[in-house]
Write a protein that binds this ligand. Structure first.
Ligand code: 13P
Length: 289
């Protein structure tokens, strides 16, 4: 199946009160693991590349071809959207031109008016090509590719203005942060999330960044209030690293040809697939392909 835009899958999720997992990829193994997990769960999925990860992998074109070719060679039949995560303006335009089916333009570090103006331009260019657009209001804490936010609560009025640009889904800070949550984390602000869902009309899919480490009950409540896309990156990195460490610490890389990368990287890859399947269960998108 060809790559699809994320608009329809997220609208369906919003209406059906579940969320689609948007998993960051870092390399070939990651991409295969995510696709396998989604296919085995019969779930729609978003594969996303940060600007840094795409650069690491050899560029956006390489990422696009990798995902398209794997969909073909792995016989993937579930809907897959390839999304740019936290893109600068130029990067968003490049991905739209190249064939990504979804982009996030993140102007949350700019003065709001500038963020809004650029968002409008990205929406016009993306929609002309059938590409879906995510924008961000209120920076999301933690560090993502060198962009550091402070974990604020988004201003509902700004969310409304951003929604009115015609974006397809909105990332708004509700106390979520990228990476591990500190022990004294206050949790998600459901009051703010409800306000944002109401003021944006009650139908716009909302995006929860920093999906790693949020307890299941908070995830489910967020979905019930309008979250339809949940980003997961750190947890996949953690399970990959733990499974690889276990393999090496058990001395398996020293047994026979255990040092062969196809063997060495297999436990970590399988661990990502298991995580993806588990999160798909959590998010409720199993069998929604
Ligand atoms: P985590 O790394 O906390 O899962 O966040 C991922 C994310 O939000 C990517 O944009």
């Amino acid at each position: 199946m060809a790559l699809v835009s994320a608009t329809e899958m997220l609208q369906k999720a919003r209406q059906g009160k579940y969320a689609v997992g948007a998993f960051n990829t870092n390399n070939l193994e990651w991409t295969k693991a995510i696709l396998k997990g989604a296919q085995e769960s019969n779930s729609p999925v978003m594969i996303q590349t940060s600007m840094g990860a795409a650069k690491y992998m050899g560029g956006y074109k390489m990422c696009l071809h990798m995902v398209e070719d794997l969909i073909d060679s792995m016989g993937i039949t579930v809907p897959v959207a390839l999304h740019l995560d936290h893109g600068e303006y130029e990067d968003a335009l490049e991905c739209i031109e190249l064939g990504y089916t979804s982009v996030m333009y993140d102007g949350s570090h700019l003065p709001f008016d500038e963020n809004l103006e650029k968002a409008k331009e990205v929406v016009a260019k993306a929609h002309a090509k059938g590409v879906s657009v995510e924008c961000e209001v209120g920076s999301i804490g933690g560090e993502e590719d060198g962009i550091i936010g402070s974990g604020e609560l988004a201003d509902p009025q700004e969310c409304k203005q951003m929604a009115d640009t015609g974006i397809d889904f909105l990332a708004a800070g509700i106390g979520n942060i990228h990476g591990a949550y500190p022990a004294d984390w206050a949790g998600l602000s459901f009051d703010r999330l409800s306000e944002i869902a109401d003021i944006t009309g009650g139908e716009l899919p909302l995006v929860l960044h920093g999906g790693s480490g949020i307890p299941l009950d908070q995830i489910q409540k967020a979905i019930s209030l309008g979250v339809s896309k949940i980003n997961v990156n750190t947890e996949a990195q953690e399970v990959f690293a733990a499974a690889t460490r276990e393999y090496i610490e058990a001395g398996k890389d020293r047994e026979g040809k255990g040092f062969d990368p196809r063997k060495l990287l297999a436990p970590g890859t399988d661990a990502i697939t298991e995580l993806v399947k588990q999160r798909i269960e959590w998010f409720g998108s199993k069998d929604k392909a």
